[in-house]
Design a protein around this ligand. Sequence first.
Ligand code: URA
Length: 237
Amino acid sequence: MKPRDREEELRQAGLDFSSKPHRPSGFQRRAGTPPAPGELAGAEFLRFVGEIDDLEDLERFALECSRCHLRSGCKGVVFGEGSPRAQIAFVGEAPGADEDRLGRPFVGRAGKLLDRIIDACGLLRDEVYITNIVKCRPAANRTPTEEERNYCIPYLHAQMRLVRPGVLVSLGAAATQGLIRPDAKITRMRGTWQEWRGIKVMPTFHPAALLRDPRKRPPVWEDMKSVLEELGLRGPA
Ligand code: URA
């Protein structure tokens, strides 16, 4: 039998014939269409997310999420973006109206200020990773509840497991409370090194707080200088 006929025979028998070595990710390795997050019960969901070993697969999965009620009140899931090899990951609270409309984190007024902070560090936005502790916009921009954070945090666990940044910068009280301690006070904790799942964390003020109170800008710059120093980065020339 000619090799072509053999390929055809295998194909007709329903066998995936491929001469190229292919290493499917955990997401694709499972038979059939991957489940949507809402179809998996708690422990099964955690196991599934914990096995995804590709950031794009994780994003595809997360974009289908409707595990908590927030999804029915927003336009879409804002997963996060940036370099999969980022040395710095910025983690905010939750998407606002602009982020919900565009499906990208930190693109409104606070986002423009975050861009300036990144620029002042001598980095490009594409070189860092930016996400939120909660991926769907709470109605009227309220602070997400602890329950909402708990539903969503497995996605952040998986994002940070895959990106492995050298430093995570938690922006504001809600992110810091979700990552470090529910009773964390950002005014006390900012500028002090913390740890979360083996990653060094620098809590600092949220850019929206800097818009309201410009006196918070110098401390944020001090915190960012500590981050750059920790990573052996020199900042702007
Ligand atoms: N505030 C946040 O915490 N996250 C965003 O993405 C935008 C504003």
